[in-house]
Ligand binder design. Structure first.
Ligand code: EPZ
Length: 423
């Protein structure tokens, strides 16, 4: 299995170009199934999850031209669409659920075997299904009890839907389905993430009529047909946040290019509370840190625009070496502290109780053999490896490959002492 070997590094210096957003491109690729015409998607990050989504779309009958060397994917779903998603692909990427609406629209049927829980939580889909039922979809309850979503629909009819939790995936599935339903759908307590806005922009370019994306109430007026379009995916705010944290916690000075600061307000605010210098210039975002004055702060993860759960573990890496104690509360996923054990192997001495973690800070970390417990946690233990004495060996790095394009090369270009060892 491949591993990262990380050693204590000099402060990160130089510039890094952020890739397209994984969590924007996956729903957009699924939405390309909604038309028989060709969609050209640009700034696509070369990630494992993008590969899996390409394979999933091909297995469903779409023509996919993958040109990830040029960060481009063309999708043309002009032929017959198969309504059953193969489990061997779905189990590799739970975001496969995002094709649910498109399959119903194209074939009137959808069968998706749900993977079990993962490192960060059960990942239920009852909110996705609540929305689809409201639009006239029938879900086979027997099959659902066996972990299989077996959905069928005669005619999709708009309705008002309230989401008990602003689920990103449920919002995306409902928007895609309502876009081609009869009549109007109002989605209340919708997720407000920038990736929802990017999906809505893509669909509106295709001819959809979606208003309010990015707020908690989205209005979708159904249309008859959508056309193929070309689209640039937004930059990945979580990759950007990860490199910002790396710059600050190593006392570095990094220019982050291809970044939208509006998508990172909570992360910028928290890094400034820790003493970071962050300014937008015409070339990009300048981020500077000073380890001698790296202050601690408290974090509570929330749905957007609150502090993002995907930044919880990378930010905790910084808090392990900040001057003073911090409290981190994870409110989005029920089990997203798996990385705490890995930080503690390096000497972080973090205590957890339920969804609350107490980080004493002031630690001089030492390198250890650690595991990437999810894609963001994998990046987080690389960051602690940059400031720890000795060598940190990170295994299960396929998680990192899912969410960070050219992670090692980008870090090396900033002076990081890291290498990938393929055993
Ligand atoms: C998306 O996952 C992202 N993935 C996740 O990023 C991200 O952490 C998450 O949103 C929250 O921002 C993609 O976009 C591909 P949710 P998603 O539905 O859609 C509960 C990464 O690191 N919930 O908003 O699955 C759920 O259990 C990944 O790139 C229900 O209870 O997130 C969780 O606790 C990790 N019932 C919370 O909501 C439901 O029906 C957030 O889930 C649906 C969700």
């Amino acid at each position: 299995m491949a591993k990262f070997l990380v050693q204590k590094s000099a402060p990160l210096r130089g510039e890094v170009k952020i890739s397209g957003s994984k969590n924007a491109v996956l729903p957009i690729m699924a939405a390309a199934l909604l038309t028989e015409e060709k969609c050209v998607i640009k700034d696509v990050p070369a990630l494992r999850d993008v590969d899996v989504m390409c394979r999933l779309l091909e297995s469903l009958g779409a023509k996919v031209e993958k040109d990830l060397d040029n960060n481009r994917v063309n999708i043309e779903a002009s032929g017959e669409i198969v309504y059953e998603a193969p489990f061997d692909l779905v189990k590799m990427m739970r975001a496969s659920i995002l094709v649910l609406g498109a399959l119903l629209i194209r074939t009137g049927r959808a069968i998706i075997h749900l993977p079990g829980g993962c490192a960060i939580g059960k990942r239920p889909v009852e909110l996705h299904l609540k929305g689809l039922r409201a639009l006239g979809v029938t879900i086979d309850e027997e099959q659902l009890n066996r972990g299989i979503v077996d959905a069928s629909v005669e005619k999709l009819q708009g309705d008002t839907i309230y989401l008990d939790f602003p689920s990103v995936g449920a919002t995306e599935v409902i928007i895609m389905t309502a876009a081609l339903a009869e009549g109007t759908t109002i989605l209340e307590n919708a997720a407000q993430e920038p990736e929802i806005v990017d999906l809505a922009n893509f669909l509106n370019k295709m001819g959809a009529r979606i208003k309010g994306a990015g707020t908690d109430t989205i209005k979708i007026e159904g249309v008859q047909k959508l056309k193929g379009v070309s689209h640039h995916v937004i930059p990945d705010r979580i990759e950007a946040g990860t490199f910002m944290v790396g710059a600050v916690m190593t006392g570095g000075n990094v220019l982050i290019k291809n970044v939208l600061p509006n998508h990172l307000k909570a992360v910028i605010a928290k890094l400034r509370e820790c003493g970071a210098y962050i300014e937008m210039t015409e070339d990009g975002m300048r981020v500077r840190g000073d380890m001698s004055t790296l202050r601690s702060t408290d974090i509570k993860t929330l749905p957007y625009p609150g502090f993002p759960t995907d930044m919880q573990s990378p930010f905790m890496a910084l808090l392990t070496v900040a001057k003073g104690p911090s409290v981190v509360i994870e409110t989005v996923f029920e089990n997203r502290f798996m990385h705490v054990g890995e930080f503690n192997r390096m000497g972080a001495n973090i205590k957890t109780d339920g969804n609350c973690a107490i980080i004493p800070g002031n630690k001089a970390l030492t390198g250890a053999q650690v595991v990437a417990t999810d894609l963001r946690a994998g990046a987080a233990v690389v960051l602690t490896g940059l400031v720890a004495d000795g060598i940190t060996e990170v295994s299960q790095i396929y998680h990192v490959d899912r969410g960070y394009e050219n992670f090692v090369d980008k870090l090396k270009a900033l002076g990081a002492n890291i290498m990938r060892v393929d055993e």
